[in-house]
Design a binder for this molecule. Sequence first.
Ligand SMILES: Cc1cc2nc3c(=O)[nH]c(=O)nc-3n(C[C@H](O)[C@H](O)[C@H](O)COP(=O)(O)OP(=O)(O)OC[C@H]3O[C@@H](n4cnc5c(N)ncnc54)[C@H](O)[C@@H]3O)c2cc1C
Length: 599
Amino acid sequence: MANTDLNKPAAKGGSFLLESPSLQDVFTPADLSDDQKLIGQTTEEFVLKEVLPVVKDLEAKKPGLMEGLCRKAGELGLMGPGIAEEYGGAGLDDIAVTVLTEKVSVDASFAITQSAHAGLGTVPIVDFGSEEQKRKYLPKLASGEYIGAFALSEPQSGSDARNTLTRAELNKEGTHYILNGQKMWITNGGFADLFIVFAAVDGDKLTAFIVEREFPGCNPGAEEHKLGLHGSSTTPLFFENCPVPKENVLHEIGRGHVVAFNTLNMGRFRIGVKCVGEAKHVLMSASKYSKERKAFGKPIGEFGLIKEKLAELAIRIFAAESIIYRTAGYINEAMRAGEDSGKKPQNAAQVLAEYAVECSIAKVHGAEMLDFVVDEAVQIFGGYGFHEDYPVCRAYRDARVNRIFEGTDEINRTVMILTLLKRATGGHLPIIPAAKEPADETQANPSKEGTPAGVLAEEWGVVAHAKTIFRQALGGAVRRFHEKLDDEQELVGAVANIVMEIYAMESGLLRAQKAAASKGEGAAAVMIDAARVFIADAIGRVDHDARRAIAAVYEGDMLKTQLAMLKRLDERPAVDTIALRRRIADAVQAQDRYPFEGR
Ligand SMILES: Cc1cc2nc3c(=O)[nH]c(=O)nc-3n(C[C@H](O)[C@H](O)[C@H](O)COP(=O)(O)OP(=O)(O)OC[C@H]3O[C@@H](n4cnc5c(N)ncnc54)[C@H](O)[C@@H]3O)c2cc1C
C-alpha cells in the first residue's frame, strides 16, 4: 500500500488514506523560508507589544480600541495578507498566511477579530468578487480602513445554514435587492464596516451579498455576553428593508452555498492554525509556572505527573502543527501549480475544496488539541489557573468556542466521511474499491513488505496498518448501510476519528523522519520521541474506534472474524512512553517553550 517513492506527484486531497507521500513532498516548519519566518516574527512582535498589554481594556470593550489595533495591524500588512498586491494587499503565499495566522493567535480575541476580517470577511471577495467589487473593496479591507465580517448564521440556523430566513427581493426598478431578516453571532458585528451576508432570493436561492454598514436598514444589535473571547465583538445583525445595490451580489444568484462552503473550508483550516498558535503560548506559560511554583519543598515542574502533562501538551501541539503545515504545503503547491508554465494559478476555492477533508481535520484536531492543552494548563496552575489574574484562565474560556464555530466538530466529522465517499463514488479517490476487499487484504497476516528500515520504521508499519484498519471499518460500513450510512452518525464519527488519527500520526512521523534525514538522528531525537509517543497512543484510539465501528456492522461469527483481523493489524511496538515523555518534558522546560518551533 504505502511506499516511499521519491518521485511521486503532489498528493490529492484525501489520498493520504491510501498512500504515503515521500519526505520531500511534505511541508514542515523546517521548510519555512527566511521571509516566511520574518512575517511570523513581525506578527508576533505586534501582538506582544500592541495587543497583550491592553488585553484587559479589550476585554472591557474599551470603545475604539480593537478598531484602532486593526488599523495599526493594517499598516503592517497584517489585515490583508492574502489580498494580491494590485488590490493593496500583502500578496502573501498560503504558507506565509499560515505563519501569520499562527503568530497572530497569541491573544484569541484579537486573533478571531483579525481572522473574521482577513478570512471570512475578505476571502469571499478575493475568490468570488467581480473585478469592480475587488477594486472597490479590497484596498480598504487590506489597509484596515474597513473591517470585514461574515454573516451566515441565524437564530434558528447555524449548522443548518441553508435554512436561512433572511430574504432578498429585487425592487420594482430592478436596481436593488431589499434585505429583511436577522443574522446571529456575527464576529466584528459591533464595528465592522462591511458584511458578507447570505440571504434567500425568490424563496430558496441562497445568495451572497456585500453589504455596507452604512446602507439604510442594516442594524447591528447589542454585544452578546459570551463565555470567552470577551475582547472580540459578537452581535446580531438586523435587516429592515435594507437596499443592497444589485452590483453587490457576490458571485451568482442561487450560488451562495458555494461562496459559503468554500469560505468555510479556508476558515476551518485557519481555526486549526489559530489553535496551534494559542496552544504554544499556553505551553510557554505552563512551563514557566511549573518552575516558579513550589510544593513539598520543590518546584512542581519536578513532579512526574506535571512533567507528563508538559510533555503531552508538546506532543499534541507537535501533531497538530505537523498537520497544519503539511496541509498548508499542499494548498500552496496546488495554488501555485501552473504558475511556472505560465498557466493561470488555480482558483483558491477549487483548491480548498480539494483539501476539504484535510481542512476539516485541521479544525477538529486543532480545536480538540487546544481544549486539552488549556485544560491541563489550568491544572498545572492549580487554584491560580481558576483566577482571572492568570492568562491561562482566559485561554481556557477562549478555547471552547473553537469546537463550535466554522462548522461544529460533529458537522466536520460527518463532512470528512461524506466528502471521502463522494470522491470515491465519483471515481476520484479509490477508497471504495479498496474498502470492498478488506477480507482479502487482512485475512492474511499483515504484511511487512515495503516497510522502510531506519528511523521510526516500526511506527511507519503502525500507520500503514491503521490505513488498512480504516478500509476495514469504512468498507464494512458501506457494505452494510450503503447510501443510508448518513443515518449512522456514531459509526461515521468513529471512522472520522480513525481518519484524523491517521493524518496526525503520519504527519508527525514524516516530519520527524524528514528532520532526522536533514539534521541527523541525534539532533531530531526529541522530535522522534514525540512522534513515537503520539503514535503509540493514537493507535490505541484507532483500535478503540475500529472496534466500535466493526461491532456496529457485523454480528456473530463474522464479527469474531473481523475482530480477529483487527487484532492482527493492531500489532504495536513496545514503547516506554513514560521515559520518552520525561525527555520531552525536559526539552520543554529547558527553554520554557514548545521545543519544536521552526523544526
Ligand atoms: C463566538 C462565536 C462567534 C461566531 N461568529 C460567527 C460569524 O462571524 N459568522 C457566522 O455566520 N456565524 C458565527 N458564529 C455561529 C457559529 O458558526 C454557529 O454557532 C455554529 O455553526 C453552530 O450553530 P448553532 O449555534 O446554531 O448550533 P446548532 O446548529 O443548533 O447545533 C447544536 C448542536 O447540535 C449539533 N448538530 C447540529 N446539526 C447536526 C447534525 N446534522 N448532525 C449531528 N449533530 C448536529 C451541533 O454539532 C451542536 O452540537 C459564531 C458563534 C460563536 C459562538
